[in-house]
Design a protein around this ligand. Structure first.
Ligand code: ATP
Length: 607
């Protein structure tokens, strides 16, 4: 089965489906849903077949203990209560002891084995999702909400965890119990059995309708789960602005709309599922009334014995629970199917930027970086962001890209790291087209400090050494000094051990930037890319950082994006980017002498 056949295909190949309409696809053929279930079972359940087999055997023992109860009641009534047989009493007591001991052991084993399997499946799924997500293109993350992605890795995995456990219990234990009890009642009295079946057709129509409705509702509910995560993520991420501008009221409204939306759907799901119990109740009642009326008369007239009727009625009552669960197994499968589809929608997504079949490691990462007539657009059919962009960055040079906001500067760095690929032209490093270079060797050669600094809630030291866990304290300190960060770090409570808070929230913007620069310098990569990396620093500290970076560069090519032109005066080459093209290039003095856009911006900024 081709992976693509098992997923719902949204219109934009980079987007996962989140809109309710697209989520409520009732027209998906059963064959495709089944094949997706089979695929999930083969990939994630089959590896635990032995554990499952033990669980199913334990369930069979458990089920057998239930099926033995009608026989026990028959003996109790006929041999002990009616015939007063002492031997039968001892027999029954012994059987009860054995039965309940076996049942206790089987119950334990079943629960333990199922928990083991479900925990292993959860771990495998989440690891696989994590691995897969990390391999996807940047474009995927720029087009999909984090909440929707997290919901699939958490909510959907949890749903699968609980539904598959229920399904296995039902298929293992309830099916055996059901078959055993039905076989017993059929054998005990076909006539009473036929009477008991009288109400069965009542079940069919509502069950089919309810299942159909459940699938649509479940998709909607699970999609709303992602929207809630997303709403929280966005609201809490921007909490500073929310508080400072007294926007809590609006946030509360925004959050409660999705929360209440989900509750509505959850209640519809609950109502639809709850419909099953009264239906089974009614069917059982009809069966009992029929059997008691006819069977009771037969006992009174002496045609049947009391123990027989007692055992039969007990069987009918014992059938209630397994029947109720069996009727819900389809609903559980629907829910499970929705989560599986949502998870495979992520797992089947293929990264477009991958190693070419004949990819080779980057041979000369410190070589020239050349953009050869590069054209690039973020959308396949969108306007180009870079349009015939041509520039050569000499090996070991420091090059600054300046120009108006939105002119394409960050995009240039994105293309060097091959986070996106040119639609035309090539990016060449040391004579090698990076399209034919292994991603690992390319990105290993790059240190990037971007506008959004990536800090974790860990110590300053751990943040600087992220990606270089073997770095010594001295190396970390040297990087911090070069980033003009050591002074403030030593002033923190705990120094390098200071915990920076989520996303570095306990540091100032400029401090965060310096920690990020220190991390990039510690990587000691041949290509250093600074995207507005010193924008939050004051002029004096920025100048220190710049001077250190330039002094340390020996053989390292440095690409700098900056709006403050003072930051770039010392660069070997300054490249003015306008509407995706190089408008002018040269060194600071050369560009000033030229009297073009750079000279004008410089005059304005100084003025
Ligand atoms: N992920 C994206 N998807 C679609 N369009 C994008 C994406 N990133 C950037 N763009 C668009 O590409 C253009 C160039 O963006 P880029 O970030 O390269 O500009 P920039 O020169 O670095 O701007 P700034 O100086 O404001 O940071 C902008 O018009 C922007 O809207």
């Amino acid at each position: 089965m081709a992976p693509s056949e098992t997923t719902t295909r949204p219109a934009d190949p980079d987007r996962i489906s989140e809109t309710p309409r697209r989520d409520m696809r009732l027209d998906e053929p059963l064959r495709r849903r089944l094949s997706r279930l089979k695929r999930f079972a083969a990939e994630f359940i089959r590896p635990h077949a032995l554990d499952l087999l033990i669980a199913v055997l334990a369930m069979t023992v458990f089920a057998a203990s239930v099926v033995a109860l009608p026989w026990l009641f028959k003996t109790l009534v006929n041999d002990i209560l009616v015939r007063r047989d002492a031997d039968a009493l001892h027999g029954v007591v012994a059987v009860v002891l054995v039965l309940f001991t076996a049942r206790a052991g089987a119950g334990y084993l079943q629960q333990f084995m199922l928990s083991r399997v479900s925990n292993k499946v959860t771990t495998a799924l989440q690891n696989r999702i994590a691995d897969h997500l990390l391999g996807l293109d940047l474009a995927f993350f720029q087009k999909n909400s984090v909440g929707q992605i997290i919901a699939r890795a958490t909510d959907d995995v949890n749903v699968l965890n609980s539904t598959t456990t229920n399904i296995v219990v039902t298929l293992g234990r309830d099916v055996v119990t059901f078959i055993g009890l039905v076989a017993y009642v059929l054998w005990a009295s076909p006539q009473w059995f036929a009477l008991a079946l009288a109400g069965a057709p009542l079940i069919a129509v509502p069950v089919v309708l309810a299942n159909r409705k459940l699938r649509a509702l479940t998709r909607r509910g699970q999609s709303l789960g992602g929207e809630i995560l997303q709403a929280f993520e966005e609201g809490l991420h921007g909490i500073r602005g929310v508080k400072a501008e007294n926007l809590e009221r609006f946030e509360r409204k925004r959050l409660s709309e999705v929360i209440i939306g989900r509750r509505r759907v959850a209640m519809k799901v609950a109502r639809t599922r709850a419909v099953m119990s009264p239906i089974v109740d009614m069917v059982t009642a009809v069966a009992l009334v029929g059997v008691l009326t006819v069977g009771g008369s037969q006992v009174i007239s002496g045609e049947s014995d009391a123990g027989e009727l007692m055992a039969f009625v007990t069987s009918l009552m014992l059938l209630y629970e397994p029947l109720r669960r069996l009727l819900q197994v389809n609903a559980q499968l629907q829910i499970c199917g929705v989560s599986i589809a949502r998870i495979y929608e992520i797992l089947d997504r293929r990264a477009r930027i991958v190693d070419a079949p004949d990819a080779r490691p980057l041979a000369d990462p410190a070589g020239d970086i050349r953009f050869e007539n590069v054209t690039f657009a973020y959308q396949d059919d969108g306007a180009p962001v870079l349009d015939g962009f041509d520039v050569t960055i000499p090996s070991g040079a420091s090059v600054a890209f300046v120009g108006p906001s939105g002119s394409g500067k960050t995009t240039i760095l994105n293309l060097v790291a091959r986070l996106y690929e040119p639609s035309q032209g090539r990016v060449v490093i040391g004579g090698q087209d990076i399209a034919g270079v292994t991603l690992e060797s390319l990105r290993e050669s790059i240190a990037l400090v971007s506008q959004d600094v990536l800090l974790f809630d860990a110590s300053v030291r751990a943040n600087i050494a992220y990606g270089r866990p073997d770095a010594t304290d001295e190396q970390v300190a040297a990087a911090a000094r070069a980033a003009a960060a050591e002074d403030f770090i030593l002033g923190l409570d705990g120094g390098y051990g200071f915990r920076v808070g989520p996303r570095g929230s306990r540091l100032s913007g400029g401090q965060r930037q310096r920690v990020a620069i220190a991390r990039a310098l510690l990587r000691d990569a041949p290509i250093l890319m600074l995207d507005e990396a010193t924008s939050a620093l004051d002029g004096a500290i920025e100048a220190r950082v710049q001077a250190n970076i330039l002094a340390m560069r020996k053989g390292r090519t440095t690409l700098i994006i900056a709006h403050r032109l003072a930051t770039v005066v010392a660069a070997d080459l300054i490249c003015v980017v306008e509407r995706g093209r190089v408008a002018e290039q040269g060194d600071h003095l050369g560009l000033l002498a030229r009297g073009g856009a750079y000279a004008e911006s410089h005059r304005l900024q100084r003025g």
